[in-house]
Design a protein around this ligand. Structure first.
Ligand SMILES: Cc1ncc(COP(=O)(O)O)c(C=O)c1O
Length: 344
């Protein structure tokens, strides 16, 4: 790829980011580690891992970095409740509950009763530990009822999914800047980047790369099946808003986003063969712990692309490890079943 012209210098981008209020939660910078045994085993490119699973708070992950920006308004403006609702093993629910505990707010988790809600383990166990009021629901309307009850009781409710939405992407512009400085310090010019993301990590990394004029292929792997073209267009919409908030003279279209839903399996949260293999390979070559729902899917995609010859020796890829490891414990049986010999 040809060099692009930076829209701003790193210093200017830092100053623009500093205009947003931010909590101090994460242990930053997160490490950027080499995976020599994995690269050797694959006979392919150099692989570095950006350890966003090591952001520190409450078992870490990308949500800690995102919440530094996106939950700041809730603390500043005196909200009473941090609310989140998704799958029972949601990492975002875990960090929402942890944040509420840390700032003395009430946490309400309205999770789905699903295949990983019993026995209580992984992220769901941690939700309870952090003192969240946990509702496991069967129908989406029940979530609305919980929110209405809280509001009727005079509580100001901050939904960590929808409130501060764009700020979550902005946090990963900052994440890109941090990683870029680490790469430059080591004299490494990466050719590609892999990340599992629904929206924010992917958008932030792409906007960060474009803002600094860094030419690299960013491959986003969705944790859910999707129409890739529609998704790319919608990511571009978020990126345009983020560029505007950061006063960057940039515009994005769907062509700027490479996002795949095909690695998710049949639905969000199912363990696929490729994800299982990825979790085991990372563990057995680098003692690197992935999760079955997010990072296992993205790592599996990266392995597939390397094996197909999309990347070769002499190139460098960065895998952005977004965390999610506590969910692993709720998938123990599936990780070892149906045929443990496959796991060797
Ligand atoms: C481990 C992990 N990786 C990736 C994601 C995707 O995050 P985002 O869509 O904010 O980039 C999430 C949360 O949804 C997550 O918990």
């Amino acid at each position: 790829m040809a060099d692009e012209r930076p829209a701003v210098s790193a210093g200017t981008l830092k100053n623009r980011l500093a205009r947003f209020s931010r909590l101090s939660l994460a242990d930053l910078p997160t490490p950027l580690l080499d995976c020599p045994r994995l690269s050797e085993k694959l006979g392919g490119p150099r692989i570095l891992v950006k350890r966003e699973d090591l952001t520190g708070m409450a078992f870490g992950g990308n949500k800690v970095r995102e919440f530094e920006y996106s939950v700041a308004p809730a603390i500043r403006e005196g909200y009473d409740v941090l609310l989140h609702g998704a799958a029972s093993q949601s990492n975002q629910s875990r960090l929402t509950a942890a944040m509420a505990a840390r700032f003395g707010l009430k946490a309400v988790m309205v999770g789905r009763r699903d295949a990983h809600s019993r026995p209580v383990n992984g992220n769901l166990l941690l939700d309870h530990l952090f003192g969240a009021e946990v509702h496991l629901i069967d129908r989406p309307e029940e979530k609305v009822q919980v929110i209405e009850r809280l509001k009727a009781g005079g509580q100001r409710v901050y939904n960590t999914s929808t409130d501060g939405y764009y700020l979550r992407s902005i946090s990963y512009v900052d994440g890109f800047l941090e990683m870029w400085e680490q790469l430059q310090d080591r004299g490494v010019k990466p050719d590609g980047l892999y990340v599992c993301s629904g929206v924010h990590t992917h958008v932030g990394l792409v906007v960060g790369a474009r803002a600094l004029g860094v030419p690299l292929r960013v491959v986003g792997i969705s944790p859910s099946p999707q129409d890739d073209e529609e998704d790319a267009a919608s990511l571009a919409g978020v990126a345009n808003k983020v560029a505007e908030m950061l006063a960057l003279d940039l515009s994005f279209t769907g062509d700027d986003f490479e996002s795949y839903g095909a690695f998710a399996g049949d639905a969000y949260g199912v363990l696929t063969d490729a994800s299982r293999e990825a979790v085991l390979l990372a563990a057995r070559t680098e003692a690197l712990i992935l999760d079955p729902v997010y990072t296992g899917k993205a790592f599996g995609a990266m392995l597939r692309h390397i094996r197909e010859g999309q990347w070769r020796t002499g190139q460098t890829i960065v895998f952005v490890h977004t965390g999610g490891t506590p969910a692993l414990f709720a998938y123990a049986d599936e990780m070892l079943d149906p045929d443990p010999s496959r796991l060797r």
